[in-house]
Ligand binder design. Structure first.
Ligand code: ADP
Ligand code: MG
Length: 322
């Protein structure tokens, strides 16, 4: 029988990295972090609950990846560099194979971003994974939601709607060929957090958010916090090959309100377009300009010809009536 402490030691404890900002990691009452001079700490927490955020029986390695990825995505959206994270884990039982795969998926993404596991909590209960990430951003360069200005451009990274497409295929709402399904499922199960792009946009973008609940809602948060409005060209939204083959209505809906995209939506001055393109190139991330910020509040959706679109879509809300 594996004890709680054996489990932590076996699956989650590793030596600290060389030159780690962590001066004390797992094993004491608290971890101790030494922030770099001139930096602010960026902190975010996201929870994944079985049956709510992922299907029961989901692949453990992919789950390890995704639980950290959704948190790193928030750091990216703030322009912060990942430093460390904690893991609060509730497990129905100790399954060595599951734990080994979960920690492998978790640590391979953590290593990619030089982000160290510095502590957590482990308890028996329904499967629930809660991670808190700590990152650093130079003081005053954080990409907040409240700094979009009229006349700014609206950009998005990568492609939107792929995760929703995978979900639709899983739910038998539509059929994808096997290569398309594999690609879309990867977007759903193993999103690549846009940390490099977020960091490259420091000092260029005015505001940013990661698209987790659907672009329309997430952009809405920026508009509300900044006291501005937007014109959004729905037909300019970047979509992958599989989604581009679907009907125009479905393509528009999934790109606008799909959820689980983990792309960045960011707002930058029109005069900085060349700098945005350079940041995209530096971070090897595709970016697309999809609209502009207006002084008049509200979000106006238009088609490729600039004609107003009447689309009743809404983004994801856990507590909305269904
Ligand atoms: P406490 O009694 O202070 O709650 P615990 O006994 O829960 O401490 O944990 C012992 C140590 O192991 C602490 O340093 C804690 O941060 C760490 N820890 C517990 N669970 C995890 C986990 N799932 N991942 C990483 N570290 C963990
Ligand atoms: Mg504890």
């Amino acid at each position: 029988m594996v004890s709680e402490f054996d489990l932590i030691a076996r699956y989650f404890t590793r030596p600290l990295r060389a030159n780690s900002p962590t001066s004390l990691g797992i094993g004491d009452d608290c971890a101790l972090l030494t922030p770099s001079p001139g930096m602010q700490l960026a902190i975010s927490c996201d929870m994944l609950v079985e049956g709510r955020h992922f299907f029961p029986g989901a692949d453990a390695a992919r789950l390890g990846h995704k639980s950290l990825a959704v948190n790193l995505s928030d750091l990216g959206a703030m322009g912060a560099k990942p430093v460390a994270f904690t893991l609060a884990l509730s497990l129905p039982q100790v399954q060595p194979d599951w734990l080994a795969a979960f920690s492998e998926g978790l640590f391979s993404l953590a290593d990619e971003h030089a982000c160290e596991l510095i502590g957590g909590d482990t308890t028996k209960g329904p499967l629930n994974i809660c991670i808190t990430v700590f990152g650093e951003v130079p003081a005053a360069l954080a990409l907040r939601r409240d700094a979009a200005k009229a006349g700014d451009d609206i950009w998005v990274s990568g492609t939107l709607g792929d995760a929703r497409l995978a979900l639709a295929a899983c739910n038998k709402e539509l059929v994808l060929d096997s290569a398309e399904f594999t690609a879309a499922s990867l977007r759903l199960d193993q999103p690549a957090p846009r940390v490099a792009l977020g960091n490259a946009l420091r000092g260029i973008a005015h505001a940013a958010i990661d698209v987790s609940d659907g672009l329309i809602g997430d952009l809405g948060h920026i508009l509300k916090r900044s006291g501005v409005g937007a014109v959004l060209n729905v037909d300019a939204l970047p979509v992958g090959t599989a989604l581009s083959k679907q009907t125009q209505d479905l393509r528009r809906r999934f790109a606008l309100a799909g959820g689980d995209d983990y792309e960045l939506c960011f707002i930058a001055p029109a005069a900085r377009r060349m700098d945005v393109e350079a940041a995209a190139q530096k971070s090897c991330t595709q970016v697309t300009r999809v609209g502009s910020i207006t002084g008049q509040t509200g979000m106006k959706l238009v088609d490729a010809a600039g004609q107003p679109l009447e689309l009743s879509v809404s983004s994801f809300d856990h507590f909305a009536a269904s």
